[in-house]
Design a protein around this ligand. Structure first.
Ligand code: G4P
Length: 264
């Protein structure tokens, strides 16, 4: 099955962002620190190419930091690897923005990223000390909204954006594993198969403590997962529940801190 997920509002958002180009000083591009390559949206990458950019690689608390930091060093724009819930994002972002735009006293930033990457969390963290002012200005549609964080910083908030065609189906599987593509659009058995194979290769000891499984067989692992959760009925179990358990354990960090952008 070819994975595709590009609802109409995403195409509309892309058009609207382009129309607002003249009002944007800088792009705050969010990616997931556990899969910073797969969560790089090629449309966002090519969007407003001439504008300066600060990347925020979110969910750093769930990421395998040495590997994430290594990839961050290879980027040409500034990258902040952050835990949006706990790091001082306002200070870090202000410093990075000042370094990239030293002459601006007022900054208008476009906040973009794939669904679920942390855009709302970022905006809420930044606005925690101020009253968020959502404007209904002419020309600003309900898809995009300007938010005044303080007199020096205004954000153009956008809905999550994916891209039309996943040339790399591996990237689509990785995003689905992290909950960024709805699971209704991706077969859960394929996500499971990817995760099990990936972990056997990159994190061979991770399943031992949580599922008491030390081998490297995807079918045996399923039985071990079912057993660990009391789902075994004789030798049979609900396979869909097992897929869900492994995927949710990944997303909640129960499989440890990860980087899932490595080769299979
Ligand atoms: P979006 O606007 O880009 O769609 O993403 P949003 O901020 O809604 O974040 C999606 C989920 O990711 C939220 O969890 C949010 O708390 C979580 N999240 C965002 N940044 C970080 C981070 O740096 N670290 C961790 N561990 N989680 C992060 P949720 O379970 O969907 O909602 P909630 O339980 O927080 O209400």
């Amino acid at each position: 099955m070819v994975i595709q997920y590009f609802p109409g509002h995403m195409a509309k958002t892309i058009r609207e962002v382009t129309e607002h180009a003249s009002q944007i000083d800088i792009i705050y591009e969010l990616r997931d620190a556990r899969a910073p390559i797969s969560s790089k949206n090629p449309i966002i990458e090519s969007m407003l190419e001439t504008k300066p950019r600060v990347q925020l690689w979110t969910k750093a608390d769930l990421a395998d930091r040495p590997l994430t930091n290594h990839l961050a060093k290879e980027e040409s724009s500034v990258v902040l690897v952050v835990d949006l819930h706990h790091d001082p994002v306002d200070r870090l972002l202000a410093q990075a923005t000042a370094a990239v735009l030293p002459t601006h006293t007022v900054v208008r930033a476009l906040v973009v990223g794939i669904p679920n990457v942390g855009k709302s969390t970022l905006i809420n963290r930044l606005s925690s000390k101020a009253k968020v002012n959502v404007e209904n200005r002419p020309g600003v549609t309900r898809h995009l909204q300007w938010i005044t964080i303080n007199p020096q910083l205004r954000l153009l908030d956008t809905p999550g954006l994916l891209w039309k065609k996943f040339d790399d189906q591996g990237a689509a599987l990785r995003l689905a594993a992290l909950g960024m593509i709805p699971r209704t659009h991706v077969p859960t058995d394929e996500i499971y198969l990817f995760l099990a194979t990936y972990f056997f290769h990159h994190y061979p000891d991770r399943f031992a403590s949580i599922y008491q499984y030390e081998g490297s067989d995807v079918m045996e692992l399923m039985t071990a997962v079912a057993k660990s959760r009391g789902l075994l009925r004789g030798t049979s179990f609900d396979e869909d529940r097992v897929y869900e358990i492994v995927i949710l354990d990944l997303q909640r960090g129960k499989l440890g801190k990860v980087m899932i952008d490595g080769p299979l």
